[in-house]
Design a protein. Sequence first.
Length: 248
Amino acid sequence: MPWRERKTHVAHIGAVFGQRNTLWWDLPVIESLDLLKHIYAVPADRYAQNVAKFRQILALDEFLHTPVRSLSLGQRMRANLAAALLHDPDVLFLDEPTIGLDVVAKERIREFIQQINRERGTTVILTTHDLADVEKLCERVMMIDHGKLLFDGRLSELLNRFGGERELVVDFAEDYGTAVLANAVSMAKLVSHEGRRAIYRFSRKDASAAHLIGALSAQFQLADLSVREPEIEDTIRRIYEQQLLVVP
């Protein structure tokens, strides 16, 4: 039973909670890290390597000797991430790690998580309501509703199944009439035409972007184009509102 060897299992786990602090409130950050070094019995050389690494990629120097109570939310989150990874856990649990942070702080946290996962192979289990976190960090997604597992698979699979319609934005090299563009391809719908720019909407079930681009380039001179994927928030909302995933 895992609970019978709790200390052994906890030694391989790190955790960060977006609304809770795991550091000592009145101590400077570096002293909290020193305490954790002894609690987890981190070897001195490994401790020095980890602190140096975290100081660099999390920019800890600006508040390393500041009491935790005086830190901003973003600084506390960075310090808590360093603390959670100080003992090289195999698994890192993150609960709302970017909640309440500004855009710059969120991006720094996400880049750090990606780097730790890539370089150390740390398994990161993330719970969040910020779907930008999911989109930028997660390969595997689990959707839960009222305690029931609705989906467990790759993010790309979820988007392919429920992502709705995509948009192809085309800038033509010449002026073409709306009627001509509307009838250009059968697998897409012309939803906007202004000047030399047209926007087509199409379902991934009916056609691929490459197929649509090929059909248009065979008939018209193209200057530029881009594909817009459905927003992940729209996809998740559709799944819940339309009950596309129902567990009996």
